[in-house]
Design a protein around this ligand. Sequence first.
Ligand code: NAD
Length: 426
Amino acid sequence: MKEINSKISGFYKLPIEERQKIIADQLRLNEDELDLLKKYGYFKPEQLDTMIENVIGSYQLPLGIACNFKINGNDYLIPMVIEEPSVVAAASNAARIARKHGGFQSDKVKSVMISQIQITNLEKMDEAEKKILSNKQKILEIANQQDPLLIKLGGGAIDIEIRKFNTNFGNMLIVHLLVDVLDAMGANVVNTMAEALTCYLEDLTNGKILLRIVSNLATHRLARSTATFDKELLGGDEVVDAILNAYEFARVDPYRAATHNKGIMNGIIALTLATGNDTRAIESGAHAYASLKGQYSPLTIYHKDENGNLVGEIELPLALGIIGGMTKIHPMAKLALKILNTRDTEELCQVTAALGLAQNLAALRALASEGIQKGHMALHSRNIAKLAGVPDHLVEEVANILVKDKKIRIDYAKEILEKLNDKNSP
Ligand code: NAD
């Protein structure tokens, strides 16, 4: 293998084809590999080139539909982009169980984002705080001059909060600018507003402003959803108790809570990605929220109702948009939003929260009854067969044997393939 040189001067200025050639030369890519880089799918290369830097191709993932969802009385077909087998099936199954008792009920979600403004070098923090609070209207006015369209549509900066810290770099006063961003995710909206306040706040406080940036811990944008899962459809009293027991494990142990929440994010991120939203913003917000009470905790809670059915509830910040960012630019995100058929960002958040709850219930049920591997590995066996080099027309046959023999391993898939080839050779 040729030595790699990662210092490629002016790489970003080159056309995509030139970049592909450089990478192909360095890595000695064959013609098929180079052709794969040139398969842009539904994108035009120019589109890709304006989305991020140093583009050499595009990357595809499966788009699936989670079925059976009834949320606030309406049915939804939920688009999910994810590479992990059994996630879509699990969500659909949990939604089927929830339907018997009316599906999911999701609360109203406000689209209020926080922008943080860090003020340092303050001699008297309390005095600065008083000045800021007594000039709140002026601060909101300056912020709202930045986005006339948002104001016209009924959004804009609505309030401020102050937080004070003593740090290794001295006192720090943080202004939270609260902005109703309506149907946008809102990071760019609030960042612009916060930056515009720099001079005014420095003059007002005699401090030095450093960071001005959105907080992904969007605690004014909490989404909540609840559902009753029928005990018979879940598998009976024993399964309900086992799920409650599993939930208790996550409640007391952050090692378990991390995986519990990962299961929730399987659903939430799949929809976030499908709709062209920022998955990192959602992830960081969710995990920060899970830690807010001092210990990393599950984002869902469960209890039994008077009839022995399982009631689940989810609560997490969801900074999602149906406008701005990639949502109206990415052709498949636009189509996914059309399939989802939501009227606004609030409805998108309500669906997303319900999907997270469904995903969590499905994982807990599998773990607490037959174990997660049974369903998961059956689907995973196809991937293992493909990894072992099994041709497409034999994948199903080999995967079935892997599952039947309880040996879902690449070496075993190769062994079966050899046997099948021997059997079929003349
Ligand atoms: P944006 O700036 O692309 O669009 C928002 C604009 O759309 C508003 O300023 C408004 O003028 C206009 N608009 C039109 N109709 C509207 C409506 N009905 N509701 C609301 N606004 C409407 O997008 P954004 O949402 O401000 O920013 C999202 C992008 O910011 C994402 O791509 C994200 O990845 C990125 N980002 C995230 C972070 C972070 O999460 N830490 C930081 C920086 C940037």
